[in-house]
Ligand binder design. Structure first.
Ligand SMILES: *Cc1c(COP(=O)(O)O)cnc(C)c1O
Length: 414
Protein backbone atom coordinates (compact mmCIF):
# COMPACT_ATOMS: atom_id res chain seq x y z
CA UNK A 1 0.00 0.00 0.00
CA UNK A 2 1.22 3.49 -0.70
CA UNK A 3 1.75 5.99 2.09
CA UNK A 4 -0.81 8.42 0.66
CA UNK A 5 -3.52 5.76 0.95
CA UNK A 6 -2.46 4.28 4.29
CA UNK A 7 -1.52 7.37 6.33
CA UNK A 8 -2.87 10.66 5.06
CA UNK A 9 -1.72 12.54 8.16
CA UNK A 10 1.96 11.83 7.63
CA UNK A 11 1.69 11.98 3.84
CA UNK A 12 0.24 15.48 3.92
CA UNK A 13 2.82 16.70 6.41
CA UNK A 14 5.62 15.31 4.23
CA UNK A 15 4.28 17.31 1.33
CA UNK A 16 4.00 20.45 3.43
CA UNK A 17 7.61 19.97 4.48
CA UNK A 18 8.62 19.46 0.84
CA UNK A 19 6.94 22.76 -0.06
CA UNK A 20 8.58 24.49 2.90
CA UNK A 21 12.02 23.26 1.87
CA UNK A 22 11.45 24.28 -1.75
CA UNK A 23 9.93 27.73 -1.14
CA UNK A 24 12.19 29.05 1.62
CA UNK A 25 15.80 30.06 1.40
CA UNK A 26 17.52 27.61 3.73
CA UNK A 27 20.54 29.33 5.26
CA UNK A 28 20.97 27.42 8.51
CA UNK A 29 24.70 26.65 8.38
CA UNK A 30 24.32 23.05 9.58
CA UNK A 31 21.73 22.07 6.97
CA UNK A 32 22.00 20.85 3.41
CA UNK A 33 20.00 19.08 0.71
CA UNK A 34 21.20 15.55 0.21
CA UNK A 35 21.12 13.76 -3.12
CA UNK A 36 17.97 11.92 -4.32
CA UNK A 37 20.03 8.73 -4.71
CA UNK A 38 21.12 8.99 -1.06
CA UNK A 39 17.46 9.22 -0.05
CA UNK A 40 16.65 6.31 -2.34
CA UNK A 41 18.93 3.94 -0.40
CA UNK A 42 17.74 5.38 2.92
CA UNK A 43 14.24 4.25 2.02
CA UNK A 44 15.40 0.78 1.00
CA UNK A 45 15.13 -2.82 2.27
CA UNK A 46 18.34 -2.29 4.22
CA UNK A 47 16.31 -0.86 7.10
CA UNK A 48 15.14 -4.43 7.81
CA UNK A 49 18.56 -5.93 8.46
CA UNK A 50 20.16 -6.49 11.85
CA UNK A 51 23.94 -6.43 11.59
CA UNK A 52 25.39 -5.95 15.08
CA UNK A 53 29.16 -6.11 14.84
CA UNK A 54 31.42 -5.15 11.93
CA UNK A 55 31.97 -6.54 8.40
CA UNK A 56 33.05 -10.20 8.67
CA UNK A 57 32.40 -10.21 12.45
CA UNK A 58 28.63 -10.05 12.89
CA UNK A 59 26.36 -11.46 15.54
CA UNK A 60 23.67 -12.27 12.96
CA UNK A 61 23.44 -14.39 9.81
CA UNK A 62 22.53 -13.12 6.37
CA UNK A 63 25.02 -10.29 6.49
CA UNK A 64 26.90 -11.09 3.28
CA UNK A 65 25.52 -8.12 1.34
CA UNK A 66 25.43 -5.57 4.14
CA UNK A 67 29.03 -6.57 4.88
CA UNK A 68 29.96 -5.53 1.35
CA UNK A 69 27.98 -2.31 1.66
CA UNK A 70 29.59 -1.31 4.96
CA UNK A 71 33.05 -2.20 3.62
CA UNK A 72 32.49 0.05 0.59
CA UNK A 73 31.40 2.87 2.93
CA UNK A 74 34.52 2.34 5.09
CA UNK A 75 36.88 2.21 2.10
CA UNK A 76 35.41 5.35 0.54
CA UNK A 77 35.53 7.18 3.88
CA UNK A 78 39.23 6.27 4.28
CA UNK A 79 39.99 7.40 0.75
CA UNK A 80 38.07 10.63 1.26
CA UNK A 81 39.89 11.61 4.46
CA UNK A 82 43.22 10.00 3.53
CA UNK A 83 43.31 7.94 6.72
CA UNK A 84 43.88 4.32 7.71
CA UNK A 85 40.73 3.48 9.72
CA UNK A 86 37.10 4.59 9.65
CA UNK A 87 33.99 3.70 11.61
CA UNK A 88 30.84 4.54 9.65
CA UNK A 89 28.30 3.32 12.25
CA UNK A 90 27.66 6.35 14.50
CA UNK A 91 24.00 7.26 14.22
CA UNK A 92 24.77 10.96 14.60
CA UNK A 93 27.58 13.43 15.18
CA UNK A 94 26.82 13.43 18.89
CA UNK A 95 27.08 9.66 19.09
CA UNK A 96 30.33 9.73 17.13
CA UNK A 97 31.72 12.10 19.76
CA UNK A 98 30.41 9.98 22.63
CA UNK A 99 32.13 7.03 20.97
CA UNK A 100 35.42 8.93 20.72
CA UNK A 101 35.36 9.90 24.40
CA UNK A 102 34.56 6.32 25.39
CA UNK A 103 37.54 5.06 23.39
CA UNK A 104 40.13 7.48 24.78
CA UNK A 105 38.93 8.49 28.24
CA UNK A 106 37.78 7.15 31.58
CA UNK A 107 34.89 8.79 33.43
CA UNK A 108 36.17 11.82 35.32
CA UNK A 109 39.07 12.52 32.93
CA UNK A 110 39.61 16.13 31.90
CA UNK A 111 38.68 17.44 28.47
CA UNK A 112 39.29 20.90 27.07
CA UNK A 113 36.91 22.06 24.35
CA UNK A 114 35.54 25.21 22.80
CA UNK A 115 32.90 27.02 24.81
CA UNK A 116 29.39 26.54 23.41
CA UNK A 117 28.67 30.27 23.59
CA UNK A 118 31.87 30.96 21.61
CA UNK A 119 30.94 28.61 18.75
CA UNK A 120 31.66 25.16 20.22
CA UNK A 121 29.21 22.25 20.36
CA UNK A 122 27.18 20.80 23.24
CA UNK A 123 29.17 17.56 22.95
CA UNK A 124 32.47 19.34 23.63
CA UNK A 125 31.93 19.32 27.38
CA UNK A 126 28.73 21.27 28.01
CA UNK A 127 27.21 20.45 31.41
CA UNK A 128 23.85 19.56 29.87
CA UNK A 129 25.52 16.93 27.61
CA UNK A 130 26.92 13.56 28.67
CA UNK A 131 30.32 14.95 27.63
CA UNK A 132 30.12 17.41 30.51
CA UNK A 133 28.56 14.96 32.98
CA UNK A 134 30.94 12.02 32.41
CA UNK A 135 34.13 14.05 32.05
CA UNK A 136 35.52 17.07 33.84
CA UNK A 137 35.24 19.73 31.18
CA UNK A 138 37.12 22.99 30.67
CA UNK A 139 36.80 25.55 27.91
CA UNK A 140 38.67 27.93 25.68
CA UNK A 141 36.90 30.54 23.57
CA UNK A 142 37.47 33.31 21.08
CA UNK A 143 38.83 36.78 21.72
CA UNK A 144 36.75 39.92 21.17
CA UNK A 145 38.01 39.88 17.56
CA UNK A 146 36.13 36.62 17.09
CA UNK A 147 39.25 34.46 16.64
CA UNK A 148 40.83 31.69 18.64
CA UNK A 149 44.02 32.95 20.29
CA UNK A 150 46.25 29.87 20.27
CA UNK A 151 48.61 31.24 22.91
CA UNK A 152 45.66 31.63 25.23
CA UNK A 153 44.53 28.05 24.47
CA UNK A 154 48.07 26.87 25.30
CA UNK A 155 47.96 28.74 28.63
CA UNK A 156 44.61 27.18 29.56
CA UNK A 157 45.83 23.72 28.52
CA UNK A 158 48.90 24.19 30.67
CA UNK A 159 46.80 24.97 33.74
CA UNK A 160 44.11 22.33 33.11
CA UNK A 161 46.36 19.50 31.86
CA UNK A 162 43.51 17.80 29.97
CA UNK A 163 43.70 14.22 28.73
CA UNK A 164 42.03 15.34 25.49
CA UNK A 165 41.74 18.62 23.63
CA UNK A 166 38.71 19.01 21.37
CA UNK A 167 38.91 21.34 18.37
CA UNK A 168 36.24 22.05 15.79
CA UNK A 169 33.14 24.19 16.11
CA UNK A 170 29.56 24.81 15.08
CA UNK A 171 29.76 28.56 14.69
CA UNK A 172 33.31 29.65 13.90
CA UNK A 173 33.84 31.44 10.59
CA UNK A 174 37.63 31.12 10.48
CA UNK A 175 39.96 28.29 9.57
CA UNK A 176 40.99 26.00 12.42
CA UNK A 177 44.76 25.55 12.79
CA UNK A 178 45.09 21.85 13.59
CA UNK A 179 48.88 22.03 13.56
CA UNK A 180 48.90 24.62 16.34
CA UNK A 181 46.36 22.61 18.32
CA UNK A 182 48.64 19.55 18.03
CA UNK A 183 51.61 21.51 19.35
CA UNK A 184 49.50 22.53 22.33
CA UNK A 185 48.26 18.96 22.85
CA UNK A 186 51.82 17.62 22.70
CA UNK A 187 53.04 20.23 25.17
CA UNK A 188 50.65 18.86 27.82
CA UNK A 189 50.56 15.20 26.71
CA UNK A 190 46.92 15.34 25.58
CA UNK A 191 45.14 13.54 22.76
CA UNK A 192 43.94 15.85 20.01
CA UNK A 193 40.41 15.24 18.76
CA UNK A 194 39.04 17.25 15.80
CA UNK A 195 35.29 17.37 15.29
CA UNK A 196 34.93 18.57 11.70
CA UNK A 197 31.12 18.16 11.61
CA UNK A 198 30.62 21.57 10.02
CA UNK A 199 33.60 21.88 7.71
CA UNK A 200 34.12 18.28 6.50
CA UNK A 201 32.81 19.01 3.00
CA UNK A 202 35.40 21.76 2.61
CA UNK A 203 38.19 19.70 4.20
CA UNK A 204 37.80 16.79 1.77
CA UNK A 205 37.78 19.20 -1.17
CA UNK A 206 41.06 20.80 -0.06
CA UNK A 207 39.18 24.02 0.76
CA UNK A 208 40.04 23.95 4.48
CA UNK A 209 43.14 22.79 6.38
CA UNK A 210 43.16 19.03 6.95
CA UNK A 211 42.97 17.54 10.47
CA UNK A 212 45.33 14.70 9.51
CA UNK A 213 48.14 14.07 10.29
CA UNK A 214 47.81 16.44 13.25
CA UNK A 215 44.89 14.84 15.09
CA UNK A 216 44.79 11.49 16.88
CA UNK A 217 41.12 11.10 16.05
CA UNK A 218 38.60 12.93 13.87
CA UNK A 219 34.80 12.81 13.90
CA UNK A 220 32.25 14.31 11.58
CA UNK A 221 28.61 14.38 10.69
CA UNK A 222 27.76 13.30 7.14
CA UNK A 223 24.74 15.58 6.63
CA UNK A 224 26.16 19.10 6.95
CA UNK A 225 28.64 20.33 4.35
CA UNK A 226 29.27 16.70 3.28
CA UNK A 227 25.68 16.65 1.94
CA UNK A 228 25.11 12.97 2.70
CA UNK A 229 22.56 11.20 4.93
CA UNK A 230 22.04 12.22 8.58
CA UNK A 231 24.74 10.41 10.54
CA UNK A 232 28.24 10.37 12.02
CA UNK A 233 31.71 8.93 11.27
CA UNK A 234 35.01 8.53 13.14
CA UNK A 235 38.48 8.35 11.56
CA UNK A 236 41.99 7.61 12.85
CA UNK A 237 45.38 6.45 11.63
CA UNK A 238 46.29 4.20 14.58
CA UNK A 239 45.12 0.60 14.70
CA UNK A 240 45.10 0.60 18.50
CA UNK A 241 42.76 3.62 18.53
CA UNK A 242 40.58 2.11 15.80
CA UNK A 243 39.95 -1.04 17.84
CA UNK A 244 38.94 1.00 20.87
CA UNK A 245 36.69 3.24 18.77
CA UNK A 246 34.92 0.24 17.24
CA UNK A 247 34.12 -1.32 20.59
CA UNK A 248 33.20 2.06 22.06
CA UNK A 249 30.52 2.48 19.35
CA UNK A 250 29.35 -1.15 19.35
CA UNK A 251 28.68 -2.60 21.90
CA UNK A 252 29.61 0.53 23.91
CA UNK A 253 26.78 2.89 23.01
CA UNK A 254 24.93 1.52 19.98
CA UNK A 255 23.21 -1.69 18.91
CA UNK A 256 22.32 -2.68 15.37
CA UNK A 257 23.81 -0.26 12.84
CA UNK A 258 21.48 1.69 10.53
CA UNK A 259 22.48 -0.18 7.37
CA UNK A 260 20.21 1.94 5.15
CA UNK A 261 22.01 5.06 6.38
CA UNK A 262 25.44 3.43 6.04
CA UNK A 263 24.56 2.67 2.40
CA UNK A 264 23.52 6.34 2.09
CA UNK A 265 26.92 7.35 3.50
CA UNK A 266 28.62 5.19 0.84
CA UNK A 267 26.62 6.88 -1.94
CA UNK A 268 27.30 10.32 -0.45
CA UNK A 269 31.04 9.57 -0.25
CA UNK A 270 30.98 8.64 -3.94
CA UNK A 271 29.76 12.17 -4.63
CA UNK A 272 32.39 13.62 -2.29
CA UNK A 273 35.11 11.72 -4.20
CA UNK A 274 33.99 12.98 -7.61
CA UNK A 275 35.68 15.93 -9.40
CA UNK A 276 32.40 17.91 -9.17
CA UNK A 277 32.73 17.93 -5.39
CA UNK A 278 35.61 20.39 -5.50
CA UNK A 279 33.52 22.69 -7.71
CA UNK A 280 30.68 22.57 -5.16
CA UNK A 281 32.97 23.25 -2.18
CA UNK A 282 34.64 26.20 -3.93
CA UNK A 283 31.23 27.63 -4.79
CA UNK A 284 30.04 27.26 -1.16
CA UNK A 285 32.95 29.45 -0.07
CA UNK A 286 32.62 31.97 -2.91
CA UNK A 287 28.90 32.36 -2.21
CA UNK A 288 29.17 33.10 1.50
CA UNK A 289 32.13 35.41 0.88
CA UNK A 290 30.01 37.49 -1.51
CA UNK A 291 27.10 37.55 0.93
CA UNK A 292 29.43 38.76 3.69
CA UNK A 293 30.89 41.49 1.49
CA UNK A 294 27.45 42.84 0.66
CA UNK A 295 26.43 42.87 4.34
CA UNK A 296 29.63 44.71 5.28
CA UNK A 297 29.02 47.26 2.49
CA UNK A 298 25.59 47.82 4.02
CA UNK A 299 27.13 48.60 7.41
CA UNK A 300 26.75 45.26 9.20
CA UNK A 301 29.52 43.81 11.35
CA UNK A 302 30.71 40.26 10.76
CA UNK A 303 32.33 38.45 13.67
CA UNK A 304 36.09 38.31 12.86
CA UNK A 305 35.39 40.63 9.91
CA UNK A 306 34.68 37.90 7.38
CA UNK A 307 34.85 34.17 6.71
CA UNK A 308 37.20 31.39 5.61
CA UNK A 309 34.52 28.71 5.39
CA UNK A 310 30.80 28.20 4.67
CA UNK A 311 29.29 30.55 7.27
CA UNK A 312 29.24 34.09 8.57
CA UNK A 313 28.19 35.38 11.98
CA UNK A 314 26.51 38.76 11.79
CA UNK A 315 26.76 40.79 14.99
CA UNK A 316 24.05 43.15 16.23
CA UNK A 317 25.92 44.25 19.35
CA UNK A 318 25.83 47.76 17.89
CA UNK A 319 22.09 47.62 17.07
CA UNK A 320 18.92 48.04 19.06
CA UNK A 321 17.51 44.71 17.85
CA UNK A 322 18.57 41.21 18.82
CA UNK A 323 19.53 38.01 17.03
CA UNK A 324 16.08 36.67 17.85
CA UNK A 325 14.41 39.73 16.29
CA UNK A 326 16.55 39.32 13.16
CA UNK A 327 15.87 35.58 12.96
CA UNK A 328 12.11 36.20 13.13
CA UNK A 329 12.08 39.11 10.68
CA UNK A 330 14.14 37.14 8.15
CA UNK A 331 11.83 34.18 8.65
CA UNK A 332 8.89 36.39 7.67
CA UNK A 333 10.84 37.31 4.53
CA UNK A 334 11.35 33.65 3.59
CA UNK A 335 14.95 33.33 4.78
CA UNK A 336 15.71 30.66 7.40
CA UNK A 337 18.73 31.38 9.64
CA UNK A 338 19.39 30.91 13.35
CA UNK A 339 20.11 33.33 16.15
CA UNK A 340 23.59 32.96 17.62
CA UNK A 341 25.65 34.38 20.46
CA UNK A 342 28.60 36.60 19.46
CA UNK A 343 31.87 37.51 21.23
CA UNK A 344 31.19 40.10 23.93
CA UNK A 345 27.55 38.95 24.09
CA UNK A 346 25.32 41.06 26.34
CA UNK A 347 21.98 39.35 25.73
CA UNK A 348 20.82 35.91 26.92
CA UNK A 349 21.46 32.77 24.82
CA UNK A 350 17.73 32.71 23.98
CA UNK A 351 17.81 36.27 22.64
CA UNK A 352 21.45 36.73 21.46
CA UNK A 353 23.06 39.52 19.47
CA UNK A 354 23.80 37.70 16.25
CA UNK A 355 22.72 35.38 13.49
CA UNK A 356 24.57 32.52 11.82
CA UNK A 357 24.18 32.32 8.04
CA UNK A 358 25.49 29.45 5.90
CA UNK A 359 25.74 28.83 2.15
CA UNK A 360 25.97 25.03 1.81
CA UNK A 361 22.26 24.30 1.25
CA UNK A 362 21.49 27.04 -1.29
CA UNK A 363 24.71 26.20 -3.15
CA UNK A 364 23.39 22.63 -3.42
CA UNK A 365 20.37 24.12 -5.21
CA UNK A 366 22.68 25.64 -7.80
CA UNK A 367 22.77 29.23 -6.56
CA UNK A 368 25.88 31.27 -7.30
CA UNK A 369 27.37 34.67 -6.34
CA UNK A 370 24.67 36.55 -8.29
CA UNK A 371 21.87 35.02 -6.21
CA UNK A 372 23.82 35.41 -2.95
CA UNK A 373 24.34 39.07 -3.73
CA UNK A 374 20.60 39.54 -4.15
CA UNK A 375 19.83 37.55 -0.99
CA UNK A 376 22.38 39.57 1.02
CA UNK A 377 20.82 42.78 -0.27
CA UNK A 378 17.38 41.59 0.86
CA UNK A 379 18.78 40.50 4.25
CA UNK A 380 20.10 44.03 4.74
CA UNK A 381 16.79 45.51 3.50
CA UNK A 382 14.93 43.49 6.14
CA UNK A 383 17.37 44.31 8.96
CA UNK A 384 17.48 48.03 8.09
CA UNK A 385 13.72 48.23 8.58
CA UNK A 386 13.16 45.36 10.99
CA UNK A 387 9.67 46.38 12.17
CA UNK A 388 8.25 46.65 8.64
CA UNK A 389 6.25 43.45 8.19
CA UNK A 390 4.61 44.47 4.92
CA UNK A 391 8.05 44.97 3.39
CA UNK A 392 9.04 41.54 4.70
CA UNK A 393 5.96 40.01 3.04
CA UNK A 394 6.88 41.62 -0.30
CA UNK A 395 10.45 40.35 -0.05
CA UNK A 396 9.11 36.91 0.77
CA UNK A 397 7.17 36.85 -2.52
CA UNK A 398 10.26 37.86 -4.44
CA UNK A 399 12.47 35.27 -2.71
CA UNK A 400 9.91 32.47 -3.07
CA UNK A 401 9.96 33.11 -6.81
CA UNK A 402 13.78 32.98 -6.71
CA UNK A 403 13.73 29.73 -4.75
CA UNK A 404 11.31 28.16 -7.23
CA UNK A 405 13.78 28.86 -10.03
CA UNK A 406 16.25 26.55 -8.27
CA UNK A 407 14.23 23.37 -7.86
CA UNK A 408 15.86 20.84 -5.56
CA UNK A 409 13.24 18.07 -5.26
CA UNK A 410 10.00 17.34 -7.09
CA UNK A 411 8.73 14.82 -4.53
CA UNK A 412 8.94 14.22 -0.79
CA UNK A 413 9.63 10.48 -0.87
CA UNK A 414 12.38 8.76 -2.87
C1 LIG B 1 26.25 19.28 14.41
C2 LIG B 1 27.42 19.02 15.25
C3 LIG B 1 27.53 17.86 16.02
C4 LIG B 1 26.37 16.92 16.27
O1 LIG B 1 25.80 16.31 15.22
P1 LIG B 1 24.34 15.63 15.40
O2 LIG B 1 24.27 14.72 14.20
O3 LIG B 1 23.36 16.73 15.41
O4 LIG B 1 24.34 14.85 16.68
C5 LIG B 1 28.70 17.62 16.69
N1 LIG B 1 29.73 18.48 16.61
C6 LIG B 1 29.66 19.63 15.90
C7 LIG B 1 30.84 20.54 15.87
C8 LIG B 1 28.51 19.94 15.21
O5 LIG B 1 28.43 21.10 14.53
Amino acid sequence: MELKDFDKDIYELLNKELARQCDHLEMIASENFTYPEVMEVMGSVLTNKYAEGYPGKRYYGGCEFVDEIEQIAIDRCKELFGCAFANVQPNSGSQANQGVYGAFLNPGDKILGMDLSHGGHLTHGSKVSSSGKNYESFFYGVELDGRINYERVADIANIVKPKMIVCGASAYPREIDFKKFREIADSVGAYLFADVAHIAGLVVAGEHAHPFPHCHVVSSTTHKTLRGPRGGIIMTNEEEFAKKINSSIFPGIQGGPLMHVIAGKAVGFKHNLSPEWKVYAKQVKANIKRLGEVLVSRGYNLVSGGTDNHLVLVSFLDRDFSGKDADMALGRAGITVNKNTVPGEKRSPFITSGIRVGSAALTARGMKEEQFELIATRIADVLDDIGNESKQAKIKDELTALARNFIIYNKAVF
